[in-house]
Every structure is written in C-alpha cells, then in structure tokens.
Design a protein. Structure first.
Length: 210
C-alpha cells in the first residue's frame, strides 16, 4: 500500500510541473535503460539546454540520484499507477525502449503525444519480436540500416502510415569502437576463440554445452 502511495505521489508531482516544462518525457522500463538513455539525456539537457522528465519503473534507477537542474526523475512503479500515467500523459514527446506500445497493457495517451522508440540492441525488427511490435510509434531511432529497411518493408506490405525514421546508431557499440586497439601479434599455436552466446533454447551453449 505504501509503495502504491509513493507512485501516486510521483505521478501527482509530475502533473504539477508546468506544461511547458514537460515537453520531453523519457520512460525507462528497466534500470539498465539508463546506459542507453544517458547520452541522449546529456545532449538534451546540456548542449540543447532542454528540460527532460525521466519516468522509471525501478527504484534503483541511476537517473533518480542525479543532480541535474534540467532533469526531473520520478518512479511510478510497474502497476496500476504506471498504466494510468500512460493513459493520461500530457507531453509533446515520449521516448522509450519499451516494445509493444498499445499492444499490451500500456496504451497511447488520450492526449496527442508523439511517441519515439529507441532501439537498445541491433536485433532485427521481425525475427524476435511480434510482427506488430513497432506499429504504434510515430518515430523510430534506428540502430542500423537494417531497421530502416525492415520497417519500411512492413509499412509497404501492410499499408501502414510511414514513421519518422532516424539514423540514431548504437551508442554502446560506438563506445567500444572508439576504445578499440590493435590486437597483439598472434603466436602460432596460441589461438583463442571468443564466443558471444545469446539467449534462447537453440543458442550454442545449450546446443553444444560448455
């Protein structure tokens, strides 16, 4: 009961912010989302001097601890308060990494909010998710050219409204590329193989064993 009251207070505090100061809202379903949103938040609140509202469903989200005058963060939990928050959201833009907007319990707002999905992986749009997972967003921040190609193809096949597609990239991979160094010379007979297993029943560790 106490947790629910805290979430209600968070939603109430959000609504008390002047409408002109809550133009941009970011929603984080998981605390891990901060790793993907941080560069976006830093640019918006720093370079562009924009005010950003950060909504999370996790009490341990790093965004809740930051001291940034242009960033307000609230935890609305993952239950009924969050559902109500989504239903009545009044903002210009909501950015999220959460898939299946409007397909499951979290719907588009009754107000005219512009929804943008930001990819947090390089995964295909149709080989792991539902066929209509990305249908209800107005814009997609694409991590690679395959996202643009796949989304446009689905729009064409099913006569869907064209979304705004942005070549956003994938920050975590770009960081690794910046830190890349040339490998040391390979000694004959001293070869190492790096495996990067994924998840699922048919992945290499499940099929071949450790």
């Amino acid at each position: 009961m106490l947790e629910g009251f805290k979430y209600w207070q968070a939603m109430r505090s959000f609504k008390q912010i002047p409408r002109e100061h809550r133009r941009i809202v970011i929603y984080a379903e998981s605390g891990q989302d901060w790793h993907h949103f941080k560069p976006v938040v830093d640019y918006l609140t720093g370079e562009l001097n924009e005010r950003v509202i950060y909504i999370t469903s996790k009490a341990d989200d790093l965004a809740l601890t930051l001291n940034n005058p242009n960033l307000r963060a609230f935890n609305v939990g993952a239950g009924a308060i969050r559902t109500a928050f989504f239903q009545w959201l009044d903002a210009d833009v909501m950015v999220m990494t959460m898939v299946d907007l409007h397909n499951l319990q979290l719907k588009r707002s009754i107000n005219p909010v512009y929804y943008a999905f930001m990819f947090h992986s390089l995964i295909s749009t149709h080989m792991a998710d539902h066929s209509d997972t990305y249908d209800h967003y107005d814009a997609i921040l694409c991590a690679g050219p395959h996202h643009v190609k796949e989304i446009r193809k689905r729009e064409s096949l099913h006569d869907l409204p064209a979304k705004h597609l942005f070549k956003h990239g994938y920050h975590r991979v770009e960081q690794l590329m910046e830190q890349r160094r040339d490998p040391p010379p390979c000694e004959e007979g001293n070869i190492h193989v790096l495996l990067a297993p994924s998840w699922g029943d048919e992945t290499i560790l499940n099929v071949c064993g450790v």
